[in-house]
Design a binder for this molecule. Structure first.
Ligand code: DC
Length: 230
């Protein structure tokens, strides 16, 4: 069967990665969480004293870009690739609220975007890839056979992220998560380089009131149709 490229974009915590992982498992495609790459660069910058709540030394980050080696290593048990930063698994660290608070700033830097977009294009060049992010259908794979744009209300999204963080034992409040979701929506969609917007040929899916099962069944039908047409 012909392999296609599936680009999934949308606001934060819209369940992009959940559906992307489901599709990749079902189709035996490679899943790439592009947000994890921006998060890992941010984590590196935090650890190296390059960024904090009150400052961001962009030049220092640019000087260090060549020292940041990102890899996804497939975890058989989990069924997806985990993010390794310079050989160390940082999957847990990059999901923290501290990283979420700073990642949108790092993602505004054009030089960072350029390097990560090139790496993403390389990972997807054989097709058979499901990649999620903010600019996948618009910049990374503008010719993807299928583009999805996920959306849900900010409150629903904050609730999902809050539940995830509480489940793993983080000490966070719903209000700070909601503020972070709204803050990232704003920065991600208003930045100059590659802002988040729906590609003209993307299919928009609002999953505020869709169960995971219904959402998957709905999307999987679209995918099968697209594969048959390609
Ligand atoms: O998908 P996520 O919430 O893990 O992404 C983290 C941040 O990275 C998000 O706020 C914006 C940025 N990002 C981006 O600018 N472009 C992408 N392709 C993916 C993520």
């Amino acid at each position: 069967m012909k392999k296609i490229t599936i680009a999934i974009d949308g606001f934060s915590s819209t369940g992009k990665s959940t559906v992307a992982k489901q599709l990749a498992n079902k189709l035996k495609y490679v899943y790439v969480d592009s947000g994890a790459m921006y998060r890992a660069v941010t984590f590196y910058a935090m650890k190296s004293g390059i960024i904090s709540d009150s400052f961001f030394n962009v030049n220092e980050l640019l000087k260090n870009l060549k020292n940041i080696i990102l890899e996804f290593k497939f975890n058989d048990k989990l069924g997806f690739g985990e993010m390794y930063l310079n050989g160390v698994n940082v999957e847990k660290e990059i999901r923290s609220l501290d990283v979420s608070k700073l990642v949108s700033k790092v993602a505004t830097v054009p030089e960072v975007r350029k390097v990560l977009v090139e790496e993403q294009q390389e990972m997807g060049k054989q097709k058979g890839v499901v990649m999620d992010g903010r600019d996948i259908g618009t910049v990374v794979f503008p010719f993807a056979e299928l583009k999805l744009f996920m959306n849900a209300s900010a409150e629903k999204r904050a609730q999902r992220r809050y539940d995830e963080l509480i489940d793993r034992g983080d000490n966070v409040s719903f209000d700070e998560i909601l503020k972070n979701v709204q803050y990232r929506d704003h920065i991600d969609s208003t930045r100059e380089d590659s802002p988040l917007y729906k590609a003209e040929d993307a299919i928009e899916i609002d999953n505020s009131d869709l169960s995971l099962k219904d959402q998957f069944n709905f999307i999987y039908k679209i995918v099968q149709k697209r594969i048959n047409e390609s």
